[in-house]
Design a protein around this ligand. Structure first.
Ligand SMILES: NC(=O)c1ccc[n+]([C@@H]2O[C@H](COP(=O)([O-])OP(=O)(O)OC[C@H]3O[C@@H](n4cnc5c(N)ncnc54)[C@H](OP(=O)(O)O)[C@@H]3O)[C@@H](O)[C@H]2O)c1
Length: 258
C-alpha cells in the first residue's frame, strides 16, 4: 500500500480550515500532520474539533515532515504560508482570496521552486463554469457581460475572487484587458462591457451568475454552492494531484484537463 500524503493546514481554525480537517479525517490516503493558526492566537496548543487531528499550533515543528501545505487563511496569512512552503520545500495549495498583485507575483516566483496551485474557487463546478464563460464570451463578443455574486455576511473581499476570475476569463476570451471592478456605477453602459454586482448576507455559501445580455435574449450561466465541503474536497484533490507534480504553477483546469 502506498504511503499517505501528509498535509498541513494554515488557517486551520477558520471555516474552511475546519471543513478541510473533517474531509481529511474521512480518507485514509491522506493524513493531517499539522493545523496552523494565526501567531498569537489564544487557541495555540488547544485540540481541534476534528477527532485525531493534531492540536492547533502557530509554527510547524522541524520534526514534522509534510508533502503539501493547504492555505485557507485569507490574504493576511497568505505570505507566511507561502514562505513556510518555500522554506520547507512543500507543495502549496492556496484558496485565500483578496490577494494583491505582489502576492500573485510571489506565487509566480515560488512556482520556480515548488509545485503550487492557487484557485479562487476549488469547486469542480466552478472550474467548468469558468470554461463555459470563456466560450460564451468569445461567441457573443458584443453582449453585455455581468458577473453577479452573493456570499455570506462574513466575507471580507468584494467582488469575490471567483467573480474576478470569471471576469478575467471573459475578457481574455474577447481579447480585452481584465476590467477593474466598479461597484458604484452610474449612467449608461458601453456595449459589450464586463461588470460586477455583489450581494452579502446570512450564510450564503457562494453563488455566481454570469449573465450575457443581448437584445431580446440573454444567456445565464449559474453556479450555486450549498455546502463549503465542496471547496475542501476540491482543495484536497488538488493537494493529492500536486504532490505528484514537478515545480510550476498549476490551475484547476490543468488538473481537470479542461
Ligand atoms: N478557494 C476557495 O474555494 C475558497 C472557498 C471558501 C473560502 N475561500 C477563501 O478562503 C479564505 C478563508 O475563508 P474562511 O471562510 O475559512 O475564513 P475564516 O473563517 O475567517 O478563516 C480564516 C482563518 O485564518 C486565520 N489566520 C489569519 N492569519 C493567519 C496566519 N498568519 N496563519 C494562520 N492562520 C491565520 C484566521 O485566524 P483569526 O480569526 O485568529 O484571525 C482564521 O481562523 C478567505 O480568503 C476566503 O475568501 C476560498
Amino acid at each position: 500500500m502506498s504511503e499517505s500524503i501528509r498535509i498541513v493546514i494554515s488557517g486551520a481554525a477558520g471555516r474552511m480550515g475546519k471543513a478541510l480537517s473533517s474531509v481529511i479525517a474521512e480518507r485514509d490516503d491522506v493524513s493531517l500532520v499539522a493545523t496552523l493558526i494565526r501567531p498569537g492566537s489564544e487557541l495555540e496548543n488547544r485540540p481541534t474539533p476534528t477527532a485525531g487531528a493534531p492540536n492547533y499550533a502557530t509554527r510547524l515543528p522541524e520534526s514534522v515532515i509534510a508533502d503539501v501545505l493547504i492555505d485557507f487563511s485569507a490574504s493576511s496569512g497568505f505570505d507566511a504560508a507561502l514562505e513556510l512552503a518555500l522554506t520547507r520545500n512543500i507543495a502549496f495549495v492556496s484558496g485565500s482570496t483578496g490577494l494583491d498583485p505582489s502576492q500573485i507575483e510571489a506565487l509566480d516566483q515560488a512556482a520556480r521552486r515548488i509545485p503550487l496551485m492557487w484557485a479562487a474557487n476549488f469547486s469542480v463546478g466552478v472550474a467548468v463554469l469558468e470554461h463555459l464563460v470563456g466560450e460564451a464570451a468569445r461567441l457573443l463578443p458584443d453582449w453585455d457581460c455581468e458577473i453577479i455574486e452573493s456570499h455570506h455576511r462574513h466575507k471580507l473581499d468584494a467582488p469575490s475572487g471567483t467573480a474576478l476570475t470569471l471576469g478575467r476569463r471573459a475578457g481574455e476570451a474577447r481579447g480585452v484587458d481584465a476590467p477593474d471592478p466598479d461597484l458604484d456605477r452610474n449612467g449608461r453602459r458601453d456595449v459589450g462591457t464586463i461588470g460586477y454586482s455583489v450581494s452579502r448576507g446570512g450564510d450564503i455559501v457562494g453563488e455566481h451568475e454570469v449573465r450575457l445580455a443581448g437584445f431580446g435574449e440573454r444567456v445565464e450561466l449559474i453556479h450555486r454552492a450549498t455546502d463549503r465541503a465542496i471547496f475542501a474536497k476540491g482543495a484536497l484533490t488538488a493537494a493529492c494531484w500536486l504532490s505528484r507534480q514537478v515545480p510550476g504553477r498549476y490551475s484547476m483546469a490543468d488538473m481537470l484537463g479542461l
